[in-house]
Design a binder for this molecule. Structure first.
Ligand code: 5AD
Length: 433
């Protein structure tokens, strides 16, 4: 995330440190050498990522202290749950009461909610999700940066604008130096604390090259690195982890094996899931999810998708709309209604109220310009900022007219911060409990 709040180390037990933030204690894994009690640090996704001086920390904390509690108040006010039970059907009210009382919902309950379309019920589902988000996770909102390092891809995902089907796209590949420079700038100039490096799958970079880039970034900047290069296999995952990557963004795209096989020629869901599970075993934080609105996908499929993401130990859920790209085999389909995605985000919050970080994806923002605000008020608590150099960004055309494709980083940050402040959210990630 972007502007994480520094915390002070108050206990160290082997690799686990306890950190204090404005009176709240959080635990994080430490991999830095020479960390001592009393030091000030930044943590991301449960990892200590760097140490800062006491003077610097106190400076930042004094600015934060004023706003930190004010923001919490605003959020509390906006997430209050008031509703008129008479305007919704009884079954919805029973299901939502269960969710509020921390009773597990069945897949049938979820499907019942997902099939609802009337405005009153939708508003109530969103509000309930937002209430649960506030209750368990308070007002912190993760803000990660993403660098799209290359649009070369060997895959034939039938929906994807950078797949091999798109013969009209100008392909690019950032050099190792360009990637490292963009990453270090994002951290040192703009204050990002977590960065996703994403690119099409294939041999256009070797794993050793990618590992080298990660080592270089980690040497020059304290940041949580998330990798997103498709299926790199067990050995590849281990090498990237050893180089310093600590999170992976790999969607399973759909939990329905038949749909998966249909839209990913020569691929299968098992191999996708193997990569995600292996990454978790190695120790990666998992960011995963699915596309919503694929042709032939049913409400049951979507419910299975959200359950699968949880089963895969998602630290962060990435669910977004399928947006047809004209130069792909699925190009002539229609765009889905954005309410279907807001509903999905809210249902994920009902499924994983206490832990999950839920992302408002750029695809959802592309579908609905109000998506960030609406998504954050429907259970989500995470957004991404595109920090790919502008000269490449337009070419990473997984779908057309991508939001933020020509916006300077500083403008995106300004817009994000002002939205978060208006909602009472702190752009911060205080890590694992
Ligand atoms: N619409 C929306 N998302 C897409 N992705 C690829 N193509 C599209 C599309 N047409 C998503 C995939 C992939 C991520 C990098 O981009 O889910 O995992």
């Amino acid at each position: 995330m972007c502007y994480a709040i520094p915390g002070q180390v108050i206990r160290i037990q082997d690799k686990i440190v306890t950190v204090e933030y404005f009176g709240e204690e959080k635990k994080a894994i430490n991999e830095l050498e020479n960390l001592q009690i009393g030091d000030y640090i930044y943590a991301q996704g449960g990892y200590v990522i760097n140490k800062i001086t006491e003077i610097e920390a106190k400076d930042i904390l004094s600015v934060w202290k004023e706003t930190f509690f004010e923001l919490q108040e605003v959020d509390l006010r906006l997430s209050r749950l008031t509703f008129d039970k008479n305007i919704i059907d009884k079954k919805v009210s029973i299901i939502l009461d269960k969710a509020l009382e921390n009773v597990s919902l069945s897949k049938d309950d979820f499907e019942y909610l997902l099939r609802k379309e009337d405005e009153n019920t939708l508003q109530l589902i969103y509000k309930t999700a937002n209430f649960l988000r506030q209750k368990y996770l308070k007002n912190s909102c993760c803000v990660h940066g993403i660098i799209e390092i290359s649009n070369y891809c060997r895959c034939r995902c039938m929906y994807c604008g950078i797949s091999r089907y798109n013969k009209t796209l100008t392909r690019y590949k950032m050099t190792a130096e360009e990637i490292a420079a963009a990453a270090v700038k994002a951290v040192t100039k703009f204050g990002f604390k977590a960065l996703v490096l994403q690119g099409g799958e294939g041999e256009h970079y070797s794993i050793d090259e990618l590992a080298g880039v990660i080592r270089k970034i980690k040497k020059e900047a304290g940041v949580l690195i998330c990798v997103s290069f498709g299926e790199v296999g067990a050995e590849g995952l281990q090498k990237l982890y050893d180089a310093g990557a600590r999170a992976i963004l790999l969607r399973f795209e759909t939990s329905n094996p038949q749909l998966y096989a249909k839209f990913h020629p020569q691929r299968n869901l098992d191999s996708r899931l193997f990569n995600i599970k292996k990454a978790y075993q190695i120790g990666y934080l998992i960011i995963t999810g699915a596309l919503i609105g694929l042709p032939g996908q049913t409400p049951q499929d979507i419910i299975n998708d959200i359950f699968l993401a949880k089963e895969l130990n998602a630290e962060m859920y990435s669910f977004g709309p399928f947006l047809p790209h004209p130069h792909t085999p699925l190009g002539s389909n229609n765009r889905i209604d954005s309410e279907e995605i807001f509903k999905t985000l809210a249902l994920i919050r009902l499924l994983d109220p206490q832990n999950g970080k839920i992302l408002v994806t750029t695809a959802l923002e592309t579908l609905n310009p109000e998506a960030r605000r609406k998504g954050l008020l429907s259970g989500a608590n995470s957004v991404m900022i595109n920090v790919t150099p502008l000269e490449y960004r337009k070419q990473y055309e997984i779908y057309p007219d991508r939001m933020h494709r020509s916006k300077e980083i500083s403008v995106q940050i300004e817009e994000t911060i002002s939205l978060l402040i208006s909602l009472g959210r702190s752009p911060t990630d205080l890590g694992i409990s």
